[in-house]
Design a protein around this ligand. Structure first.
Ligand code: BG6
Length: 492
């Protein structure tokens, strides 16, 4: 994460080129690679952030020539620049950036469970080093099923590919889900720790790549006006919402086993929680920030059986209409059991047992096939005393609410009370709105650019440490295991 204070808005920061390196993507024909990783690399190339000495090797089982591989990925970039899915932001296709990237891309056909493939990969990496000057540095990106994380890393190590010597580095990016509960996350960590050092492991939570998520820290710690109010004396409660309009799509196999709670809460939602509630770190050094974030999760009050019944509710979408389109019931989706009890919606109330937050409820909710797509954090401040308005027609006072809108339509708004014009004292809630797109002239981004670039430059600040993943599971999975009640109502 490149922290700099720029001049006037709109001025683009000078690009700092990443170091020479190769990137190996396991699962290079998957959706993630096509929709997000390659567009992110294209954006990095466009911004001048990829080294000239960069090479990309895509590994998967499909039979494709290098040329076919490039053509397949070019489609992903073209549709990304014309449709970011988040609104009207589009950008012209930059042929030079694409050529830069395409010239450095090759495909390696292989099965990631086959040890022989790793010998061929070693050979391909040597060729990339002599052809492009990658200096022996490699980012291995595991865009594969979670069950393959352990086996792939072990085979890389057995082939000597994770060894750091002659001043080159080897790093591994691991996508979520990192385990499916506390025990499995610990087991995966133990497995990785046998062959990798902690500083070679980059545990990805893609929410941390979102600009507005990174902005939470800046809003809190680079502005003098918020932090004095950011505590139990002034804040009534906090609401974190991650609402999606999409249903389970083609992921029923994964989702049936996972559900909304495991899929979203211990990772994405808790990242938002910890950035919102953390103490100011001593610096922006990765460990200083990650330590403060972890402390928040450690202070979340664990839920016992009774607490779960009172503070957690699950739901499942039934048939309905979302954004004017008919939506099937979850149980009618392909691959979902007709009597499935997997939740597609979950809401929780949690408390944080520390000096700053004691007694302040944190409400969190997330779900699929909801009527509106929004990810936001709303900080509701305490009411002022009513005394002053006692003898006026004012019956209620609107609370001050600070909303950090993470997506779509990224921005920040502050609600406060204002007097309605006229001879009587009538109050209304008004909003001061800041929208990123009005102020900064940015190209569409996938949210993976910063994360991939940070891994290349060796900055783990936006990646999760083992203890933070485990702290997330400790609270989140405990809630899952206790089977929170299912809401009887329709939740579309
Ligand atoms: C993923 C979840 O991690 O995040 C998905 O597995 C979810 O179920 C997605 O849809 C949401 O991410 P974004 O960036 O689209 O908000």
């Amino acid at each position: 994460m490149d922290l700099r204070l720029d001049g006037p808005p709109g001025r683009t920061a000078r690009a700092v080129q990443g170091p020479p390196c190769a990137m190996v993507i396991f699962g290079s024909s998957g959706d993630l690679t096509k929709r997000l990783l390659i567009p992110a690399l294209y954006n990095l190339a466009k911004a001048g952030r990829l080294s000239d000495k960069f090479a990309l090797i895509g590994v998967d089982r499909t039979d494709r020539s290098h040329e076919e591989f490039r053509a397949y990925l070019a489609e992903g970039v073209r549709s990304f620049v014309s449709d970011t899915g988040t609104g009207p932001v589009t950008a012209p296709f930059d042929a030079r950036a694409w050529e830069f990237l395409a010239a450095r891309m090759t495909h390696l056909k292989g099965d990631v469970t086959d040890p022989e493939m790793y010998d061929r990969l070693a050979q391909a990496l040597k060729e990339a080093e002599s052809e492009h000057g990658t200096a022996g540095n490699v980012v291995f990106y595991l865009a594969v099923a979670a069950s393959l994380f352990g086996p792939v890393v072990e085979r890389l190590a057995a082939a000597g590919l994770t060894r750091e010597e002659n001043q080159h580095w080897r790093r591994v990016i691991i996508e979520k889900p990192f385990g499916h509960d506390l025990e499995s996350a610990r087991a995966l960590d133990a497995r990785l720790a046998k062959v990798l050092s902690e500083d070679q492991i980059y545990r990805m939570d893609h929410f941390l790549g979102k600009e507005t998520v990174q902005n939470i820290m800046v809003l809190r710690f680079a502005n003098g006006i918020f932090e004095p109010l950011w505590n139990r004396d002034h804040i009534d409660h906090v609401q974190i919402t991650v609402a999606e309009t999409v249903g389970v799509e083609r992921r029923a196999g994964f989702y049936e086993e996972t559900g909304a709670l495991r899929d979203m809460v211990p990772n994405h939602v808790f990242q938002l929680l910890s950035l919102t509630a953390m103490e100011p770190p001593n610096s922006f050094a990765a460990d200083a920030v990650r330590t403060e974030k972890d402390k928040v999760l450690e202070a979340v009050i664990p839920l016992d059986d009774n607490d779960v019944r009172r503070n957690v509710v699950r739901g499942q979408y039934t048939a309905g209409v979302v954004r004017g389109q008919p939506v099937k019931a979850y149980r009618e989706e392909e691959g979902v059991a007709p009597d499935s009890m997997t939740e597609t919606y979950v809401a929780l109330r949690l408390g944080i047992d520390n000096w700053r937050w004691a007694g302040v409820p944190f409400y969190m909710r997330t779900g699929k096939a909801l009527t509106r797509r929004t990810t936001e954090i709303a900080i509701q401040f305490k009411q002022v005393p009513f005394a002053l308005f006692r003898d006026t027609p004012v019956e209620t006072l609107t609370p001050n609410v600070l909303v950090m809108q993470i997506q779509p339509d990224e921005g920040i708004s502050l609600q406060f009370g204002a007097k309605r014009p006229g001879p009587d004292i009538h109050l209304g809630a008004v909003r001061m709105d800041f929208r990123y797109r009005d102020y900064f002239n940015t190209d569409p981004s996938t949210g993976y650019e910063t994360l991939v670039y940070d891994c290349m430059i060796g900055d783990p600040i936006l990646f999760q440490r083992a203890d933070s993943v485990e702290a997330g599971w400790a609270v989140g999975a405990a809630a899952v295991a206790r089977r929170p009640p299912m809401a009887p109502d329709r939740l579309t």
